[in-house]
Design a protein. Structure first.
Length: 329
């Protein structure tokens, strides 16, 4: 998909409500009328899954209907995302996913069964996730400079794990390889948790992960954090420098989580769901257990603000993918 086409389809989706305004408002007021399913196209156990489940619990109490999380991992998130893209636009099937589903896959997969910028409608940008470069202790490197030096001395010796083609670990390590003229091997997994586990076992030597997934392993000494992609250091890990401090400010291992509905879902209904999600994210059970400890930057943005952000991120991902030399399959 070209950038121009993506922008046109996004703007067309926002400009053409599927229902007359009065009917859309009535649908929003009557929502939900039955169980709500939140599809998560990643395995259980990761930070995104944990946040989705915490939000589901809060929304179930607010809505008076069951809210279930349906994990559909694999396939570069395409199968799970496609379920929501083809669902009825009534708010009862939602998607909580990461950036690769929406703004990376259009650049990477020629035969997507859906257009994420047209067949999905933004509900809310939820959080930014700031990730760390994690290495197995056997690597020996204690800084990013030492990692680059070790990789340059042994081309192809090191593997890095990711949670899919053009996920942030893939893009960021690819940018590192291109800039530093080093060679490492990409090993994609079906989610962040498997990639972290593979790094713990030594199956791969490094990956990226947020503080929620990596902190306990760092503290146990089973993984080593070399740097964090964040403007400031994590308070919980003050000894870990930022990538800018380490001299690698061109790498930005930041991902985001967002909520989406089927493409024709009326704006009034999406706005209603977004307000309830924002309230849920402010609840202590979510904020103090899932947001603050993970070091997330919280947005809970409106559908309109999220749509504007998606246009910017689509261009940002295109640049990263070009730098990484990744071509569409």
């Amino acid at each position: 998909m070209t950038m121009r086409l993506a922008r046109r389809t996004l703007l067309a989706t926002l400009a053409a409500p599927a229902l007359p305004p009065s009917l859309a408002r009535a649908q929003a007021d009557g929502f939900p009328s039955r169980q709500v399913r939140i599809v998560v196209p990643f395995p259980p156990g990761g930070g995104l899954d944990a946040l989705a489940r915490a939000l589901a619990e809060q929304l179930q109490g607010a809505w008076g209907q069951a809210v279930v999380v349906d994990n559909r991992p694999g396939g570069s998130t395409v199968p799970g995302t496609d379920i929501v893209a083809k669902a009825a636009p009534d708010g009862h099937t939602l998607l909580i996913t990461a950036d690769n589903s929406i703004t990376a896959n259009p650049h990477l997969i020629r035969s997507l069964p859906h257009d994420p910028m047209k067949d999905l409608a933004p509900v809310s940008l939820l959080v930014d996730v700031h990730q760390m470069v994690l290495v197995h202790p056997s690597v020996g490197a204690r800084s990013m400079a030492e990692l680059v030096q070790a990789a340059r001395a042994a081309p192809g010796r090191f593997n890095f794990g990711s949670y899919g083609i053009a996920s942030q670990p893939h893009l960021c390590f690819a940018a590192l390889m291109a800039r530093e003229k080093i060679e490492m091997v990409h090993v994609p997994y079906r989610g962040l948790t498997p990639a972290v586990l593979a790094t713990l076992s030594g199956e791969v030597q490094m990956t990226l992960a947020g503080i929620a997934s990596g902190a306990r392993h760092i503290q146990a000494g089973t993984l080593r954090a070399l740097a964090v992609g964040r403007p400031t250091r994590f308070e919980a890990l003050p000894e870990v420098p930022t990538l800018a401090e380490a001299g690698f400010d061109y790498i930005d291992p930041r991902t985001w989580f967002g909520a989406f509905a089927p493409g024709a879902t009326p704006l009034a209904l999406r706005a209603r769901i977004q307000r309830d999600i924002a309230t849920a994210m402010a609840a202590p059970a979510v904020r103090d257990r899932h947001l603050v400890p993970a070091g997330y930057t919280v947005h809970a943005a409106t559908p309109e603000a999220t749509a504007a952000f998606l246009q910017r991120d689509l261009a940002y991902k295109a640049g990263l993918i070009r730098t990484a030399g990744i071509t569409p399959d």
